[in-house]
Write a protein that binds this ligand. Structure first.
Ligand SMILES: NC(=O)c1ccc[n+]([C@@H]2O[C@H](COP(=O)([O-])OP(=O)(O)OC[C@H]3O[C@@H](n4cnc5c(N)ncnc54)[C@H](O)[C@@H]3O)[C@@H](O)[C@H]2O)c1
Length: 348
């Protein structure tokens, strides 16, 4: 069969739904066979339901409909022995392993002082140790096959300090550390290790997560941290799968240790786009500083300077509704208009 990953076998965690299923389908479309695992069970600490066995069955059907083979099993990424048994069985059946997608994850929303020890532990165990376990049980098969590609799902939360997600942010930053280290350690085996960093993606996780809007409402200055730059609220899982496919294929044969953002520009908003954030930041290099010093040469002003009303549609999904029409937004627009009028007056 022809395809960008034809003849390869991919192991995907959290494959019963959402991005994991999308990765399974996209890789199968391009010729890969799949080993899929998912916990198919809920957590006490997570507010939304996780996948079910029926979801995992649907992933199996979707891959088989593409005429590819799939070995699927329920397993918890926190349980290294269970994970090893699934991968070993899958490789025995499908013959090899080339691609690993450490994708399974959970998310909880709360202020720092509402993070319980159980929430902290479950998030770190799943989103960080789960990625480690996935690598450890997979790497021997990749080495035996002469190389491969490991793709770890991080997040914009692996690059920025997103408020009210402390354990999630800690784990997603940690994933980058694991990936960088393993990219070095495994390079001599021709194994590449990269991370993908999505902004909000329309999946049951994002749709089921509540509470963020209310928390942002308490400190509206934090809202813009979540905003995208491109005018899109949240991405379709397939957008992330296309990045995963590239990293999985030989087209990226010399790409390793990369933090591959698929974030509609979310993480380039790290500096220079927020009144408080600007203070104490590098005034000499930021887009804001250039635009202020010389709007003509500085290129486009950061979108936010035009007022929140213009950029609200670009907020990542969870925040778009909050930003539109919020009192904070209206105040910011008013303040900016007032500032512009004062500057014109001073110049006249
Ligand atoms: N949806 C977003 O906005 C978003 C943004 C950035 C990053 N991510 C990350 O993308 C990845 C996929 O999430 P999604 O958006 O598809 O959400 P999702 O909840 O739809 O899918 C996650 C899958 O992981 C499974 N899972 C959870 N804990 C597990 C465990 N211990 N063992 C095995 N499987 C387990 C779930 O059952 C579920 O099927 C996660 O790592 C998530 O943190 C999501």
């Amino acid at each position: 069969m022809a395809g960008r990953v034809a003849g390869k076998v991919a192991f995907i965690t959290g494959a019963a739904r959402g991005q994991g299923r999308s990765h399974a389908v996209r890789l199968a479309e391009e010729g890969a066979d799949i080993i899929a695992v998912d916990i198919c069970r809920d957590y006490d600490t997570v507010s939304y339901p996780l996948a079910t066995e029926a979801d995992l069955d649907d992933t199996v059907k979707a891959v088989e409909a593409l005429d590819r083979r799939i070995v699927a099993a329920t397993a918890d990424v926190r349980d290294m022995a269970a994970l090893k048994s699934v991968v070993d069985d899958g490789v025995a059946e499908l013959g090899r392993l080339d691609i690993v997608c450490a994708n399974a994850g959970i998310c909880t929303v709360q202020t720092w002082d509402e993070v319980t020890p159980a929430v902290w532990q479950d998030t770190l165990d799943t989103n960080l140790t789960g990625v480690w376990n996935t690598m450890v049980v997979s790497a021997p098969h990749l080495i035996a096959g002469g190389g491969g590609s490991i793709i770890c799902t991080s997040s914009t939360a692996g690059i920025k300090g997103l408020p009210y997600l402390a354990p999630y942010v800690a784990a997603k930053h940690g994933v980058v550390g694991i990936a960088r280290t393993m990219a070095n350690e495994l390079a001599s085996h021709n194994i590449r290790v990269n991370t993908v960093h999505p902004t909000g993606v329309s999946t049951p996780m994002a749709d089921g997560l509540g509470g963020l809007e209310g928390l942002i409402g308490r400190d509206p200055n934090l809202g813009p941290i979540y905003m995208n730059t491109l005018p899109i609220e949240s991405l379709d899982a397939r957008e992330i799968s296309n990045a995963v496919l590239f990293l999985a294929s030989d087209e990226s044969r010399y790409v390793t240790g990369l933090e591959f953002t698929v974030d509609a520009g979310n993480t380039i908003r790290l500096r220079g786009d927020h009144p408080r954030g600007r203070q104490g930041q590098d005034r000499g290099q930021g887009r804001w500083a250039r635009a202020r010093a010389d709007p003509g040469r500085g290129g486009r002003r950061p979108a936010v300077i035009r007022g929140y009303r213009d950029v609200a549609p670009a907020a990542s999904g969870l925040f778009a509704r909050w930003l539109r029409g919020s009192r904070h937004e209206q105040r910011m627009v008013r303040d900016r208009r007032g500032g512009a009028a004062a500057r014109q007056e001073a110049a006249a």
